[in-house]
Design a binder for this molecule. Sequence first.
Ligand SMILES: *[C@@H]1O[C@H](CO)[C@@H](O)[C@H](O)[C@H]1NC(C)=O
Ligand SMILES: *[C@@H]1O[C@H](CO)[C@@H](O)[C@H](O)[C@H]1NC(C)=O
Ligand SMILES: *[C@@H]1O[C@H](CO)[C@@H](O)[C@H](O)[C@H]1NC(C)=O
Length: 320
Amino acid sequence: MPTLLLLNMAVLTFWLPVVHPCYVAIHPEETAVEFGGSVNLNCTFSCTNYTNMKWEAPLKHVNLKGVGWISLSIASVTEWSLEPICEVKGESMQHLAKAVTYVYQFSTPDIYLASEVVDGRSQSITCNVSSLRVGDSIPPNINISLTRGGKILNSTHGYPSAAYSFVANFQQDDGSEILCMASVQVGSEVLEKSVNRTLRIVASPYNVSVSTKVRTYKAGAHIVVTCNAKGKPSPEFSWDLPCKDGVEFSDNSKTVTIRSAESFHNGTYRCLAHNRYGKSLAEVDILFEDKSRSWITALVVVSLLAVVFIAGLFWYHCRK
Ligand SMILES: *[C@@H]1O[C@H](CO)[C@@H](O)[C@H](O)[C@H]1NC(C)=O
Ligand SMILES: *[C@@H]1O[C@H](CO)[C@@H](O)[C@H](O)[C@H]1NC(C)=O
Ligand SMILES: *[C@@H]1O[C@H](CO)[C@@H](O)[C@H](O)[C@H]1NC(C)=O
């Protein structure tokens, strides 16, 4: 260790008469170790004039050593308070250093949500750190934040849980990511754990509409009426029709087809969209136009035109 040598030389040159140059150091000086987890520490002594160097630790451990150092490995820390001591002894001298360890338990946060989040209903999201402990106490410096798409919904300090209440909006919230982040101070370290959940919203049918190209028809017309609706799960359809004769249902009853319409197909076509969260309806009137009546109208118009024309002809002849 050239740096140590230099240090020794410097110390010998300038400090020897005043200060004892030998000291014990532990690396890392401070450790956060999870309960049940492992820890590795190294102890060094700045001088070589010692006779014994050892670790005093309560749990089963393994040591490795060389000149001026000894390491300590504990495979499983199962005590809440752990203060290993590194001891160096020599002729008429003894040096001690105590390792600072923080044994902690910090579980990954959990997000709690209603099993079904229904559009339009008020809901709450809770994030909770179920086990949290540092040594013998609950650490006071814990922060929890709930965010959606980078936007903070709620955050707490000093408490292992955070909640957010909202009215579920299918179009806005379905599929959005909820992130819960917990950070806790253990010694001088800040530990962080997070979890995310995708928000799934269910919705009763909405935006229900009935569409058709035919609003008035004559006998024999081909009529197609379609019902559209949004919702989750996808809505199913049922119909209230003027007459079911000659009516075909297709596309899971989304579409109604009449190949050759008759007068009794005149009336209101009402579609009911439903799923297990609710129902909604829409309707359209499709009106029958009496073919014979329109034919008579045409005949009357043509006759009138003929009369006017003939009258015009007579008038022209009479003037001559
Ligand atoms: C918690 O938040 C406060 C305020 O923002 C901050 O000063 C503190 O360092 C945070 N603590 C942890 C453990 O993240
Ligand atoms: C559904 O209906 C709402 C009003 O109820 C409207 O704001 C929205 O644009 C409609 N969505 C679609 C896709 O038509
Ligand atoms: C067709 O149905 C409408 C109501 O939807 C009704 O007002 C009208 O009288 C009906 N016309 C015929 C010819 O049945």
